[in-house]
Design a protein around this ligand. Sequence first.
Ligand SMILES: N[C@@H](CCC(=O)N[C@@H](CS)C(=O)NCC(=O)O)C(=O)O
Length: 267
Amino acid sequence: MAQERPTGLKANKGIELLTWGTPNGWKATIILEELKEAYGKDYTWQGINIGQNIQKESWFTKLGPNGRIPVIVDHDQGGFAVQEGLAILAYLTRHYDPDHKFSFTDPLDISRAEQWMAWQHGGLGPMQGQANHFNRFAKERIPYGMQRYTGETERLVGILDNHLKGTDYLVGNKFSIADIASFGWVHMLRFSGVDLDSFPNLKAWWERILARPAVQRGLLIPSKSSFGNDTYLEKLKEDKEFAEKEHALMEKIKAAKEQYGYKYASP
Ligand SMILES: N[C@@H](CCC(=O)N[C@@H](CS)C(=O)NCC(=O)O)C(=O)O
């Protein structure tokens, strides 16, 4: 049965999440599934179909003024609302991760985690988002924009790949909110026109995180996305027409890079 279009909050206790199946949405679903597994902390969610602009309706923007998902509401804190992935990850662990399973106590590790999360917000998310826009969603394929944002995404994931040399996770060699912030974006890297196989440390990190049961569950909320690297590769193998279209797009990105003399420039 199709879910009814949300028109307001539906819970009156605990955490209520307003989200959609995207890299930013997965930050919230993954930490909430991890907290549920670790501490039995339950939560409620509603799917906000961003294609229908539900996130721009006034009941939503009263909670998340930016009009974007994800947003959480903590009914146990008088209906306190939090927007922005970093702030949601920090809020949920500050309140509901007493054993610091996914967060840190050492001030320097706290700073390290903040730095990677800020980097995701200012760099990877916006640049990869624009790569998706210019490679797929814009009305025309504009070569300058395609190579600029695909190239910048490659530079940024090169930074992650380099940092992950000799360590399993971004901070303190433990899976944390720092990893969760970037995981969703890396999870759809192939869809964005970047070859994950060129970044072996990052690929191993992605596989390591993907293997976590709570992460798997988080990726299913509100429903399974076809953008994930694993699903994308399967579709390439099974669907000839899709594979041809994707091949043509990758050739266009390559040609755009050549046209503007793009050179990979990560350490
Ligand atoms: N910096 C924000 C970005 C949120 C964001 O861009 N959300 C997208 C989905 S991934 C969205 O709601 N898009 C719909 C829109 O722009 O109206 C975060 O990390 O939470």
